[in-house]
Design a protein around this ligand. Structure first.
Ligand code: F6P
Length: 504
C-alpha cells in the first residue's frame, strides 16, 4: 500500500463519527446526499442521506480514491486494457452496451446482430413452434437472466423461459414438468463450455427430448458461450452458437448472448432498452467526479461501514416482488468480485474487503429478520430498493402499504426509540440507503445492475484488489473431480461422509 493510501486511511480512521441525528441537524442533508439520475426508462433516486458519511469523510474518501488511482483504473477499464491482471484479460462488459473500446463495441454489435437474428427467427416461427425455453447455466450464466426474466415478464412473456442451474436433478425435472418437449428449445449457457453442472444438465435435457420423441435433439439447442469451438465440438450447429468475447466476465455476462433468454422472453427492443439503461449509468460513471459519482458515493459508504465500523455484512431488501432475485444476483457480483485477500500486486490486503451480501424481499423480511437489524448487537448497513409505480393491478392500497413499510423501516432504524423497558428500546442510529425507481422496466433494471457493477468496481479500487478473477472457486471443483474419479484419500470426516453416502 502506498504512503498516500495509508495516510488517507489513518486520517479516515481518526475522524469523529457523528450520529445520524447530528448529521440531520443540517437542513440541507437530504438535498446534498440524495441525487436523482434521469435515465431512459425513468428517474432513479439514490438517497444516501441516512448513512454516516459526512463532508469530512467524503473529502478524505475523495483523496483516497485519487491515491488509489480511481481515475486511471476507470479509464483503463473502459479502454479495454488488461485490468484483470492475474488472468491477463480485458474486462469489457460495458462494450456490450456500446460504451468502451471501439473495436470491442463493434465486436459486441456483430454478436448482438447474430443473437437478434436468431431471436427474431424463433419468434417468426422459422425454427418451428417454440413455446418454451429451458436455459441451462450456472453462476453468472444463470443469475442475471433469472433476475431479468423474473422481474420483467410479470405481464407475460413472448416465450416461456425456465432457468435451470443446479446439478440436483430436481431442478431440471421441475422445468421438464412445465414444458412440452415438442415445443421446447434448450439454451446451454456457459462462458467456458466446460462447467460440469451445465454440461451434465444439458446432456440430460437432450435425453429428455429424445425420450419424448424429438429426433434431432441437437437441432433444438442454442449455445451461449465465449468458447464457440467447444460448443460446436459438443454438437451444436454453428448457426445456433451465439458467441461473446472472452473479455466479458461470467458475472457481468447478462448483457452478452448470455442474455438470450431475456431477449427471447421480452423481444429484441426491450433487450435493447435494457442495454440502454445500463449505458446511461456507464456514461454517468465515466463523466462524474468524486462524490457526484453515484456508484463511487455508494462505495464510500460501503468502505465506511466495512473498514471503519467493522461491519461484516451488508443487507439489501427489495420492496418489490419483481426484484426478489436481486439480492442473489448481487451476492455473486459483490462476493465473487471482491471476496479477495491479496492486493493487485499479490500482497495481503491491509483491511477487510467485501462484506457478506445478503438480503430478501420486503415486507416478508420484516416479519423474519428485521428483529436483529433493529435490536441485535451487530451493525448492518442496509439498502432498500423500491419503485414508485406498482407492478400489480390490485387495489392501490397494496403498493401504498408496501412503500410506507419500506420508508418506515429506514426511519425507524435511524430514529430508534427510548423506553424504560430495555427489551422494548431501540438504539437507532442504524444506517440505510434507499434507491427509489420511478418504475421497474428493462431500462431501469439495466441501470440498477450497472450501478451495482460500478459500485463493486469502486470498492475493489479502494481495496486495491483485482475484482475480476475468482480463483477461490477452483479448489472445491478440483476436489469434487477427485472424488468423482476415485483413488484419492481425504480427511477422516470426508471419508466417513463418502462412505455413509455410498460414494466411495
Ligand atoms: O465457478 C464460478 C464460475 O466460474 C463463475 O464465475 C461463473 O459465472 C460460473 O462459474 C459459470 O461458468 P461458465 O459460464 O463458464 O459455465
Amino acid at each position: 500500500m502506498s504512503d498516500t493510501v495509508t495516510k488517507a486511511w489513518s486520517e479516515l480512521e481518526a475522524l469523529p463519527k457523528p450520529t445520524l441525528a447530528a448529521l440531520f441537524a443540517d437542513a440541507d442533508r437530504v438535498s446534498r446526499y440524495c441525487d436523482v439520475l434521469d435515465l431512459p426508462g425513468g428517474a432513479i433516486r439514490f438517497d444516501w442521506s441516512k448513512t454516516h458519511l459526512d463532508d469530512a469523510h467524503v473529502q478524505l474518501f475523495e483523496a483516497l480514491a485519487q491515491a488509489c488511482d480511481l481515475d486511471g483504473r476507470r479509464a483503463a477499464l473502459f479502454s479495454g486494457a488488461k485490468v484483470n491482471v492475474t488472468e491477463g484479460r480485458s474486462v469489457e462488459h460495458t462494450a456490450q452496451r456500446g460504451v468502451g473500446n471501439e473495436a470491442s463495441v463493434d465486436e459486441a454489435g456483430r454478436n448482438h446482430a447474430k443473437m437478434r437474428a436468431l431471436v427474431e427467427a424463433i419468434h417468426g416461427g422459422v425454427l418451428g413452434e417454440v413455446k418454451h425455453l429451458i436455459h441451462i447455466g450456472i453462476g453468472g450464466s444463470a443469475l442475471g437472466p433469472d433476475l431479468a426474466v423474473d422481474a420483467l415478464t410479470r405481464d407475460g412473456a413472448m416465450t416461456d423461459v425456465h432457468i435451470v442451474s443446479n446439478i440436483d436433478g430436481c431442478a431440471l425435472e421441475e422445468a421438464f414438468a412445465a414444458c412440452d418437449p415438442a415445443t421446447t428449445m434448450i439454451a446451454v449457457a456457459s462462458k467456458t463450455f466446460t462447467t460440469t453442472e451445465t454440461i451434465t444438465n444439458a446432456e440430460s435435457a437432450l435425453g429428455w427430448l429424445a425420450e419424448n420423441g424429438v429426433s434431432d435433439t441437437y437441432g433444438r439447442v442454442v449455445a451461449l458461450t465465449a468458447a464457440p469451438g467447444k460448443a460446436i465440438e459438443w454438437g451444436v450447429d454453428e448457426t445456433r452458437v451465439l458467441p461473446f468475447a472472452e473479455s466479458v466476465g461470467g458475472r457481468y455476462s447478462l448483457w452478452s448472448s448470455i442474455g438470450f433468454p431475456i431477449a427471447l422472453a421480452l423481444g429484441w427492443d426491450e433487450f435493447a432498452s435494457f442495454l440502454d439503461g445500463a449505458a446511461a449509468v456507464d456514461r454517468h460513471f465515466l463523466e462524474s467526479e468524486g462524490f457526484a459519482n453515484l456508484p463511487l458515493r455508494a462505495a464510500m459508504a460501503d468502505q465506511f461501514y466495512t473498514r471503519l465500523r467493522g461491519c461484516q455484512t451488508r443487507a439489501v431488501f427489495a420492496y418489490d416482488e419483481r426484484l426478489r432475485l436481486f439480492p442473489s444476483y448481487l451476492q455473486q457480483l459483490e462476493m465473487e468480485s471482491n471476496g479477495k485477500r491479496v492486493t493487485l500486486d499479490g500482497h495481503p490486503v491491509s483491511g477487510p474487503t467485501a462484506p457478506i451480501t445478503w438480503g430478501g424481499v420486503g415486507t416478508d423480511a420484516q416479519h423474519a429478520v428485521f428483529q436483529l437489524l433493529h435490536q441485535g448487537t451487530v451493525l448492518t448497513p442496509i439498502d432498500f430498493i423500491a419503485a414508485i409505480q406498482s407492478g400489480d393491478t390490485l387495489d392501490p392500497a397494496h403498493h401504498r402499504i408496501l412503500l410506507s413499510n419500506c420508508f418506515a423501516q429506514g426511519a425507524a432504524l435511524m430514529a430508534g426509540k427510548q423506553s424504560d423497558d430495555p427489551a422494548r428500546a431501540y438504539p437507532g442510529d442504524r444506517p440505510s440507503a434507499t434507491i427509489l425507481c420511478d418504475e421497474i422496466n428493462p431500462a431501469t433494471l439495466g441501470a440498477l445492475i450497472a450501478f451495482h457493477e460500478h459500485r463493486t468496481f469502486c470498492n475493489g479500487v479502494f481495496c486495491q484488489i483485482n475484482s475480476f478473477d475468482q480463483f477461490g472457486v477452483e479448489l472445491g471443483k478440483e476436489i469434487a473431480k477427485q472424488i468423482e474419479h476415485g483413488g484419492t484419500t481425504f480427511d477422516a470426516s470426508t471419508e466417513a461422509l463418502l462412505t455413509a453416502a455410498g460414494i466411495n
